[in-house]
Ligand binder design. Structure first.
Ligand SMILES: Cc1ncc(COP(=O)(O)O)c(C=O)c1O
Length: 318
């Protein structure tokens, strides 16, 4: 369904790093959504007529789910805690593309229970709404926020296999795979699959460590997310650079880092990648003796730049 994503080189902090271009996997299933939703694309879901998702009105997953629903002929309802008026009147990026695909975006802050919903996690709000609607659960598929569900592991097993094959083909013995995390689903399942697959083949010559950083809520929150998905032995290494990052907050440091890495000729996205590269920079500075190879996982999401970049440009116009 998807071909193996290419690996390219770029110069970062005066050293060569490899970039696993999952952003090139498929025009509609950008990066880690192609991996997380692989299961739903490859299995028989003919009993389903209705897809339900939730998250931010600008999320990459909103767009990818809208494509999945359109391809499968499913009704698609997507719950958000709030949509701001600007985006409603000037739709762009993931939001505009999802609406064009027929997504029905439901703003729970406009419902009469809004005060009660404010205290709850959005996934729980959705569950409550579906239960109160007496939804037909057999024909309904609910994908939790950010694709955080066990089905994501199916596609991430393929990614793990691609990385191992590539490393062996290139005679790499020490490899660190670096990726920024949101829910931690990609990092946790990737690490679990790498560990399990390396144990099944005679790969004693190959050591792979998955390193990630939090872009939402700090290291403790990320570890908590891992524990809902995998056993402790499969937790990836979590690093930070001493800064607390607030998801989606526009900072000069992030914008400058994004501009620097895009000079490589590869377009990165503006929510996760700037934090990823800032933390990777700090990690490299703290581990100067480490001479093995590094793969940075490009997890797609560049469609979101259509809304993020104008916001950055407005804020840092000077
Ligand atoms: C571009 C991009 N990078 C990183 C992530 C974080 O992935 P995860 O939630 O699996 O940690 C996401 C969210 O899915 C994303 O869209």
């Amino acid at each position: 369904m998807f071909t193996t994503s290419p690996v390219q080189q770029m110069l970062f902090e005066q050293r060569r790093i490899f970039v696993k271009r999952d952003d090139l996997l498929h025009p509609d299933f950008s990066g880690n959504k192609a991996r997380k939703f692989y299961h739903f694309l490859s299995q028989d879901y003919s009993h389903v007529t209705h897809l339900v998702g939730s998250g931010s009105a600008q999320a990459n997953s909103l767009y990818s789910m809208s494509v999945l629903a359109k391809q499968r002929g499913w009704q698609f309802d997507y719950y958000v805690s709030h949509v701001n008026d600007f985006i409603i009147h000037h739709p762009k990026g993931n939001y505009a593309a999802a609406i064009a695909n027929g997504a029905n975006i439901i703003d729970v802050s406009k419902r009469k229970q809004a005060d009660q919903y404010q205290q709850m996690h959005l996934d729980d709000v959705v569950k409550q709404i579906l239960e109160s609607n007496n939804s037909q659960f057999c024909s309904l598929l609910h994908i939790p926020e950010g694709g955080r569900c066990e089905y994501a592991e199916v596609g991430l097993a393929i990614l793990a296999n691609e990385i191992i094959d590539w490393a062996r083909l290139n005679n790499i013995s020490e490899l660190k795979v670096f990726l920024p995390s949101g829910t931690g689903t990609t990092a946790a399942y990737l690490n679990k699959q790498l560990i399990q697959q390396l144990a099944c083949i005679d790969a004693t010559q190959l050591n792979i460590e998955v390193i990630t950083c939090s872009t939402v809520g700090g290291d403790g929150y990320l570890t908590e997310q891992f524990s809902q998905l995998v056993d402790k032995v499969y937790f990836p290494t979590v690093v930070n650079d001493g800064h607390k990052y607030h998801f989606g907050k526009l900072t000069r440091r992030c914008f400058d880092m994004w501009k620097t890495v895009c000079e490589s000729g590869i377009e990165f996205e503006l929510l996760y990648d700037p934090v990823g590269f800032l933390v990777l920079k700090d990690y490299l500075a703290k581990h100067p003796q480490w001479q093995g190879d590094i793969v940075y996982l490009h997890q797609g999401g560049v469609l979101g730049n259509q809304t993020m970049l104008p916001r950055y440009q407005r804020k840092f116009a000077k």
